[in-house]
Design a protein around this ligand. Structure first.
Ligand SMILES: Nc1ncnc2c1ncn2[C@@H]1O[C@H](COP(=O)(O)OP(=O)(O)O)[C@@H](O)[C@H]1O
Ligand SMILES: [Mg+2]
Length: 242
């Protein structure tokens, strides 16, 4: 049984038909990459999977349960974690406090200092535990955003452009971190990303979204050679080295 199955998802904003029948599944332990032109509905899809917005039609099944109508907090409890394209940290709180909040309110876990230290250690922020989020670098804020998602012990992690704006060294470090989350914690990952080099290293499989539909699903190496993908997506990114 697939960990996540979505079938025939539709979503419009007014007359703007953003998703027009999107279907795919994600296997346990898999890292699935999703790419597509700006405005192709990638973030909308992540919002639908995490329960931030509701689809107009279609079904979302996670661990065999139809969760289409479920709110975000219930999905989080069932094991769906996410990060945001624009980080949603409490900038006036420390790294420690930023992890404490989802742990306490989300997981309903008795907050232990040790557990918070452990999560920050996992994402490589032990040395910044008492730093204010506002004093962290972009790469560190992205790590902290990951830490907040990990606090809820997700089985499925949805990542929306974690690499955007990072320098190549920081990209490589976070690539390793995501690889480690899969290897050591067995977390399944859906990753929306424009930084193709990172995807080529991480993704077992890549989906390409264009004009509201999945136009490609397969290996990264085949994706970059696919004529339809080149026309709809890669053409505009030609020459990019990031
Ligand atoms: N809450 C919203 N209200 C109205 N339009 C939206 C909303 N969210 C997204 N859109 C529109 O949906 C389209 C897809 O957006 P988005 O999912 O953010 O694309 P991507 O993440 O692939 O760049 C865009 O045209 C965007 O303007
Ligand atoms: Mg987006």
């Amino acid at each position: 049984m697939s960990l996540l199955v979505i079938e025939d998802i539709h979503k419009s904003f007014g007359g703007n038909k953003v998703l027009r029948g999107v279907s795919f599944s994600v296997e346990k332990g898999e890292i699935l990459g999703i790419v597509g032109p700006n405005g192709s509905g990638k973030t909308t899809l992540i919002n639908i999977l995490s329960g931030v917005i509701k689809p107009d039609g279609g079904v979302v099944v996670f661990k065999g349960k139809d969760i289409t109508g479920w709110r975000a907090y219930r999905r989080a409890k069932l094991g769906i974690g996410r990060t945001y394209q624009i980080t949603r940290l409490f900038t006036n709180l420390t790294a420690f406090e930023n992890v404490m909040i989802p742990l306490h309110y989300g997981a309903g876990e008795k907050t232990s200092v040790r557990r918070i230290e452990e999560i920050l250690e996992t994402v490589g922020l032990s040395h910044k535990i008492h730093s204010y989020a506002s004093d962290l670098s972009l790469a560190q804020r992205k790590r902290l955003e990951l830490a907040r998602a990990l606090a809820l012990r997700p089985e499925l992690l949805l990542l929306d452009e974690v690499f955007a704006g990072l320098n190549p060294v920081a990209v490589q470090e976070i690539v390793s971190l995501i690889g480690k989350l899969r290897e050591e914690l067995g977390i399944t990952v859906v990753i929306v990303e424009h930084v193709l080099k990172a995807l080529s290293q991480l993704a077992d499989r890549v989906l390409v979204l264009a004009e509201g539909k999945v136009i490609f699903s397969g290996k990264y190496e085949d994706m970059v050679r696919d004529k339809e993908v080149i026309k709809a997506y890669l053409g505009e990114r030609y020459g990019e080295t990031a």
